[in-house]
Design a binder for this molecule. Structure first.
Ligand code: HEM
Length: 147
């Protein structure tokens, strides 16, 4: 069971983080250069179909994996516990990702035009950075980088 959960978690990570890296490093620069909000919307529309289920998988499998490391969720917010500190980093990244994603989805995307593409970029870049940090923090459960 643990192997399956970890596999799903890593698959979700590849889709979420990989998709955002493609968006930030290849699609976004072209969209800004060509002032083409429609191209960005086309990518978002396609990515949403696999990106959102991938994030949902992370939100479901993450806490189950955490439960295996620290069976009492009360200890997840104990700053004296090194595993909990890493978990709190994950939960903090999740809160930041949700805040940026909700703001982009409901406030920026509905009014997207060639005039506010940079506002959208200032959502895509941080969310991509958080996505990479999710992976770094995830790997640190094993390596102890943040303990
Ligand atoms: C998009 C979001 C996320 C990404 C990209 C991500 C990525 C990763 C990666 C790459 C690992 C390393 C797995 C390994 O060492 O083999 C990991 C581990 C882990 N992640 Fe996440 N993660 C995300 C969200 C979450 C969330 C929301 C939680 C919940 C608190 C979470 C909890 C964990 C735990 C507990 C582990 C350690 C699993 C273990 O080694 O037993 N993750 N994550």
């Amino acid at each position: 069971m643990y192997g399956l959960l970890l596999l799903l978690h890593i698959l979700g990570a590849t889709v979420w983080t990989g998709g955002h890296l493609v968006l930030a490093l290849t699609v976004l620069p072209r969209v800004i250069r060509e002032r083409s909000p429609s191209e960005l919307l086309r990518f978002e529309e396609g990515f949403e179909k696999i990106g959102m289920p991938a994030l949902l998988i992370q939100i479901i499998t993450g806490p189950i994996l955490a439960y295996r490391l620290l069976p009492n969720p009360v200890h997840w917010i104990d700053p004296g516990n090194p595993v909990a500190r890493v978990l709190m980093l994950k939960l903090g990244l999740l809160a930041l990702t949700a805040a940026f994603a909700v703001h982009a989805r409901f406030r920026v995307i509905p009014r997207l035009s060639e005039h506010n593409l940079r506002v959208m970029a200032w959502h895509i870049i941080p969310v991509t950075l958080f996505a990479v940090l999710f992976v770094v923090v995830g790997v640190s459960f094993r390596t102890g980088w943040f303990y």
